[in-house]
Design a protein around this ligand. Structure first.
Ligand code: GUN
Length: 295
């Protein structure tokens, strides 16, 4: 079997077109432009790439797009002061502080400082709680929501299916559980969350109708861990050194793509799978934030 490729880039482009139309409508009807501020502290090269991509996409969709860059020695107080300014800025409806920050920054305090109405990452406990109880007037976190929407728009039904998630991070694994288990369209799944302390991990994976790899280990999921015909979603983006590559590294997911694609029914590529969906859902959240804040 050769798996069908789930084209996250194409689905994300469709969503981005819808978002651009939504932004143009807000401008016409209310004279407001969705504003998204992305904050980068320090010099993590991968974070820099993500932040630049988000800033560019926001501008492309007609948003007011702000990038705040702070030095790697930035203090907690300085960062909190920047967040306070963005909270108070009527032109900014969504705020994102790229994770991970440098070690002197207390990420929990940063998350709590963001106005929950502008928390387009859905990292604030107020919005995490809303997501857990299925309340749609908060936000959904971008990567897990991107996975759910990619499956939905690719015609892959998860209702009544067994979804196995590998990884229990606050950004991906735990919220995926919350989203997929809801009584809702695109959900209604039976969900198993596996992690580094799970015995017989491969055994759990082989029982999955939909297997989602989100633990940040390059090419960890092998063909023998996948039930023939299953859908495999790869959330991982890992830089592995490759002397043959122009910049000395290449990007691989958490799934050994070639061998798993020979067994799976459908699979997301890296890059071009979940990554563009994350950005599309972020833009969608910023649009929703703007709508609500200007009602
Ligand atoms: N770092 C990795 N993923 C994310 C994300 O979705 N949001 C933020 N702010 N930082 C991240």
């Amino acid at each position: 079997m050769t798996a069908r490729i789930l084209d996250g880039k194409a689905v994300a482009e469709t969503i981005n077109r819808e978002t651009a139309v939504g932004a143009a409508t807000l401008m016409r009807e209310r004279g407001v432009r969705p504003g998204l501020a992305v904050v980068l502290v320090g010099e993590n090269p991968a974070s820099r790439v993500y932040v630049n991509t988000k800033e560019k996409k926001a501008a492309e969709l007609g948003f007011h797009s702000v990038k705040v860059e702070l030095p790697k020695e930035c203090t907690q107080d300085r960062l909190l002061a920047e967040i306070a300014k963005l909270n108070a800025d009527p032109l900014v409806h969504g705020i994102l502080v790229q994770s991970p920050p440098p070690p002197q920054i207390d990420e929990r305090a940063v998350v709590l400082a963001i106005d929950p109405r502008k928390d387009v990452d859905c990292f604030h406990p107020f919005n995490v709680g809303k997501m857990l109880i299925g309340d749609r007037d908060g936000f959904f976190p971008c990567t897990p929501w991107g996975v759910v929407v990619l499956l939905q728009r690719s015609g892959i039904e998860v209702a009544g299916k067994h979804v196995v998630v590998i990884g229990r991070s606050n950004i991906v694994g735990k919220p995926l559980l919350a989203l997929l288990v809801q009584k809702a369209a695109g959900a209604d799944a039976t969900v198993t969350v596996c992690h580094s302390r799970t015995p017989d991990l491969a055994e759990h994976c082989r029982r999955a109708d939909v297997l989602i790899a989100a633990m940040g280990r390059p090419e960890f999921v092998k063909a023998e861990m996948v039930k023939p015909g299953a859908t495999v979603v790869d959330v991982g983006i890992n830089r592995v050194t490759d002397p043959a590559a122009k910049n000395g590294y290449r990007l691989v997911g958490d799934v050994a793509f070639a061998e798993v694609a020979a067994v799976a029914g459908a699979i997301t590529p890296v890059p071009g799978g979940v990554g563009p969906m994350t950005i599309a859902m972020l833009m969608r959240n910023a649009l929703d934030a703007c709508r609500r804040l200007t009602e």
